[in-house]
Design a protein around this ligand. Structure first.
Ligand SMILES: *Cc1c(COP(=O)(O)O)cnc(C)c1O
Length: 228
């Protein structure tokens, strides 16, 4: 399969999954995850209509971004450290992985210096154990409230990475839980917060995620092949 062929197949499946729950296919954005992927293959994905790219490391993104001379959005999907906050604020259109007040504060400070408001999602650790990163469910309110008060961040929703299950159905309870949390967080009605996004679903389970309400699916290997 070519990269274009893979993307077409994934788009069809996203449309199918969205349709099964009465949603429009356009309500889901396919984020092509380009970690370890070279510029030539990224260009192929862009030729096939991809408009959003996801990187999990700031350093790798910083090297690639200037080499892609196209109108494309870059998202940070991996863990953010405070010492990378300045670069992250400068490079990314959306940061999926804010998981502590400390990281949020660092990002807010750098965004202020750059005179911008950076859209962010809160990464939630639903499983509670398997994943190293992400705020625990019990901490989401406190973190959301803190981010709501930061003038240079805009809170746009939630993200999660479930433990890896071969069987996509096993991810469903995790994705359903994230959607329920998003609905609860919407009802908090925090100033400046619009909980429109659910970033969930990867190569092996994005259809399940879309059925459970994903608005952003992060797909790497199903587009570009297995990573080395
Ligand atoms: C690598 C990565 C993905 C994509 O994983 P695939 O299984 O290759 O689709 C999604 N989200 C995050 C946070 C990642 O690091």
């Amino acid at each position: 399969m070519t990269i274009a062929g893979n993307i077409e197949k994934i788009r069809d499946r996203i449309a199918g999954a969205a349709g099964r729950t009465g949603r429009a296919p356009e309500s889901v954005t396919l984020v092509a995850v380009t970690k370890t992927v070279g510029v030539d293959r990224i260009e192929e994905a862009l030729d096939a209509g991809i408009q959003v790219l996801g990187e999990n490391r700031v350093q790798e993104a910083k090297e690639k971004i200037p080499r892609i001379q196209r109108p494309v959005q870059w998202h940070l999907i991996g863990h953010l450290q405070t010492n990378k906050a300045r670069q992250a604020a400068a490079l990314f259109a959306l940061i999926h992985s804010v998981d502590s007040v400390r990281v949020a504060q660092a990002l807010d400070l750098e965004a202020a210096k750059q005179a911008k408001r950076v859209p962010v999602l809160l990464q939630v650790n639903i499983s509670g154990e398997e994943s190293k990163f992400g705020v625990e469910e019990e901490g989401v309110f406190e973190l959301a409230q803190a981010v709501s008060g930061m003038g240079h961040l805009a809170l746009k929703g939630l993200m999660t990475i479930p433990p890896f299950f071969e069987n996509a159905e096993a991810s469903r309870p995790v994705y359903r839980r994230l959607r329920e949390m998003r609905d609860v967080a919407t009802a908090w009605d925090l100033p400046g917060v619009e909980m429109q996004h659910l970033s969930m679903g990867m190569s092996h389970d994005y259809e399940t995620a879309v059925e459970e309400g994903a608005t952003l699916v992060r797909v790497g290997s199903a587009i570009f092949g297995e990573r080395a």
